[in-house]
Structures are given as structure tokens and as C-alpha cells.
Write a protein that binds this ligand. Structure first.
Ligand code: ASP
Ligand code: MG
Length: 408
């Protein structure tokens, strides 16, 4: 007998019929003899509906009251799901975040879980109940209701699984797992059976649609086995775990191709090549709370050097303005900017033990006449910056070239 935490997202509990499907699914696991803790989101669209209600009443609502309001969404689903389980003859008991002491800090609307006292849940499990817990919410030291940020129920589920030392945390959603790349770009994309935490984090741009990234960090830290699967299919989904558990590792080098359309690139040319320059350029960017992704500095010549970095497209205009001011102070030659770029990343832990992956990537791109503007690498990832028009072709050629498609 195992202890399993199952999380069902908003689309899985969107209406009474869906809640019935979820209840049947929970019962099937129960009948295999497992203890089950279920975490649910609000019914799909509900959190947005509540938010717009708040905005209608007050354009700038107090974050504490927003949390009191939003937490009701999940409270509705825990009650309805428990009722559905009762209707099927099963013992079930619902709990809000504060009832099971999901203790968070006091950062309303984006609180972080500090501690979970699993006592109440364990007691209910001992009483043979299916335990149904509201996701997304917690309580701070002062007893205020908090919420964890959009998509936060995933993190609630993983945190509960960690606190209860569950055997597996299963995230049920409307997709059936994590894919080698976005099937809208490559119809041939394949669902992955396993993936390591590190790979999942690197694939964030793909994975974020599937899982709140913070929940993966949490799972990695506490070594919680995480499975992403569809509520509406019997397929096994994708298991996210550590490298030793992930059996396929022996021969798979590349797990997937992630991409990000939200990048913009800034370049400052002809700055003095001496200590402190990187700080002089990126300091004001950081002070403006703009996150920098890739950074490249060229080898200096004639006592000057060039510096290029990327930011989120939303920050492009403000970053450009800051850089122009910096350029004036440093008497730089020129500032260039381009917000028509994308980042394509090849991800796989197998890269650690295989040479030549980056070069193979560059060869495949060259064959399609795709110009690489920037390159960065980590132990398990190679990323390139390209013109946005070339995104689809690049992802397709890499997917095919690295043999990621379905075997025919
Ligand atoms: N209901 C919350 C949201 O819509 C939390 C969640 O679904 O994970 O963001
Ligand atoms: Mg979600």
C-alpha cells in the first residue's frame, strides 16, 4: 500500500460531470489499496472571475482581501468533490489550507510555504478517509489566509507530498504529459515517459504550461516523484524524477527542445575594456528589476569591447532606455536592439557524457541556412538566439535531426 497525492487542475473539476470523472478516478486508485490525499484547484475560470469581481469593486484591492476572496474558489471544489465521493459510498473529508496548517509567509498573492504540519491529514487517513485539500492557499503565522500565486495548487500538492513523505505526487491536468517539444510546432512530438527534475526546469518554457515551475523546484529539493498525466485518459503520463530513477538515461542524449518567443536582445558597442564594466552596464538594469537571461561579452580590441544580453520582450523598451543612458556615461560607440528574436534550447542530461552535441546542433541549423546570433551552454542545455521567423524550421530540423520523433 502506498500513499499517493493526486492533484486535479481547474479544467478537471470544471463542472459536476468532470467532478464525477475525478471522483471515479480517485476511487480506482483507492481500490488498489492506496491511501490518497487529493489537492484541487478552483473550477476553471473561477479564479479569474473572482479577480475581475474584485477589480470591479475596487481597481486596487487590498492583497489580503484578494486572498480571502480567491481562496473561496478552491473551497468550493473541495466540498463538491467530497460530496461526489460520498455519493459513491466512499469516506472523504475536505480541508482548507489553514485547517491542515499549510503555513506560509505573509506575502499575500505570492506566499511561500514554510511548513506543513501533516498531523490532521494523517489522522484523517488513519480514519480511512480520502483526504481532499484545497490547493493554492495557506495561512500565515497571524492566521491570515494567503495564496501562492497563479497555478499554485501544483506547489500545494508537491509540498503536501513532501511533508507526508508520499510515494508519488500525481498531477492530473488536460494534457497527458510533457512532450519532446510543442506539438503545435512539431506534430510529430512525442510524450516523454520520464524526465529528470533538471531537464524539466530547463524545459520551463514548455513545461510551464503543464506545471507551475516552482512545484518542480520543490519536488527536486524534497525528492518527490512527480507524475503529470491526463485526467481523461488512462495513459501513464510523464514521470519526473531524479537521474538514477530515470531509467531511459543510458542511451537517450537529448530529451527535448524548448523555445521561448518572449526574448529581446540589446547590444552596447565599444565600451572600455576594464574591470567594472559589466557591473556598470547590468547594474542599472538589475536596479530596474529587469531580469537578464543570456549575456555575451566579446574579446576586447583597441581597449574596447562589445556587450550583448537578452531580456524579456516586455522589458525591452525600458532596458533600451536604460542602456542608452549608460552608453552616454561610458561614451560607448553605439547601442543596438532587436525584439524579433527567439531562443531555442536543446535539453538533455545525456549531454554530460556525450561530446559534439552543440556542433551537431549548429550543423543542422546551418543546413537550413539559419543564422545563429548568440549561443550559450550549460551542462545539460545548449541555447541559441535566432530570428523569430526561423523558429519553426529550427525546432523542426532539430527535432528530426536528434531523432526525437515517433519511431515509424
Ligand atoms: N486557482 C488558482 C489559479 O487559477 C490556482 C491553481 O489553479 O493552481 O491560478
Ligand atoms: Mg494549473
Amino acid at each position: 500500500m502506498a500513499l499517493i497525492v493526486q492533484k486535479y487542475g481547474g479544467t478537471s473539476v470544471a463542472n459536476p460531470e468532470c467532478i464525477g470523472i475525478v471522483a471515479d478516478r480517485i476511487i480506482r486508485t483507492r481500490q488498489q489499496g492506496h491511501d490518497i490525499v487529493v489537492v484541487v484547484s478552483a473550477m476553471s475560470g473561477e479564479t479569474n472571475r473572482l479577480l475581475s469581481l474584485a477589480k470591479e469593486i475596487n481597481p486596487d484591492p487590498d492583497p489580503r482581501e484578494v486572498d480571502v476572496l480567491l481562496a473561496t474558489g478552491e473551497q468550493v471544489t473541495i466540498a463538491l468533490l467530497s460530496m461526489a465521493l460520498h455519493a459513491r459510498g466512499f469516506k472523504a473529508c475536505s480541508f482548507t489550507g489553514s485547517q491542515v496548517h499549510i503555513l506560509t509567509d505573509s506575502a499575500h498573492n505570492k506566499a511561500r510555504i514554510k511548513k506543513i504540519d501533516g498531523q490532521r491529514v494523517r489522522q484523517a487517513l488513519e480514519d480511512k478517509a480520502i483526504v481532499v485539500v484545497a490547493g493554492f492557499q495557506g495561512v500565515d503565522e497571524q492566521g491570515n489566509i494567503t495564496t501562492l500565486g497563479r497555478g499554485g495548487s501544483d506547489t500545494s500538492a508537491v509540498a503536501l507530498a513532501a511533508a507526508l513523505k508520499a510515494d508519488e505526487c500525481q498531477i492530473y491536468t488536460d494534457v497527458d504529459g510533457v512532450y519532446t517539444t510543442d506539438p503545435r510546432v512539431v506534430p510529430d512530438a512525442r510524450r516523454l515517459d520520464t524526465l529528470t527534475y533538471e531537464e524539466m526546469l530547463e524545459m520551463a518554457s514548455l513545461g510551464a504550461k503543464v506545471l507551475q515551475i516552482r512545484s518542480v523546484e520543490f519536488a527536486q529539493k524534497y525528492q518527490v516523484k512527480l507524475r503529470v498525466a491526463s485526467t481523461f485518459s488512462e495513459e501513464g503520463g510523464t514521470l519526473i524524477t531524479d537521474e538514477n530513477e530515470s531509467k531511459k538515461m543510458e542511451n537517450v542524449v537529448i530529451s527535448g527542445i524548448a523555445f521561448n518567443r518572449d526574448e529581446a536582445k540589446l547590444t552596447i558597442l565599444g565600451v572600455p575594456d576594464h574591470p567594472g564594466i559589466a557591473h556598470a552596464i547590468l547594474g542599472p538594469i538589475a536596479d530596474a528589476n529587469i531580469e537578464v537571461d543570456m549575456i555575451i561579452q566579446n574579446i576586447g580590441r583597441d581597449g574596447t569591447t562589445d556587450f550583448t544580453f537578452t531580456v524579456h520582450r516586455n522589458d525591452y523598451k525600458s532596458a533600451l532606455k536604460i542602456l542608452q543612458d549608460v552608453a552616454e556615461q561610458l561614451e560607448a560607440r553605439e547601442v543596438l536592439g532587436d525584439d524579433n528574436i527567439v531562443k531555442v534550447s536543446l535539453v538533455g542530461v545525456g549531454m554530460r557524457s556525450h561530446a559534439g552535441i552543440a556542433d551537431e546542433m549548429f550543423r543542422l541549423l546551418a543546413e537550413k541556412d539559419i543564422n545563429i546570433q548568440m549561443i550559450s551552454t550549460s551542462e545539460i542545455k545548449v541555447s541559441v538566439i535566432l530570428h523569430e521567423h526561423q523558429l519553426d524550421t529550427a525546432v523542426q530540423v532539430l527535432h528530426e535531426g536528434f531523432g526525437l520523433g515517433r519511431p515509424d
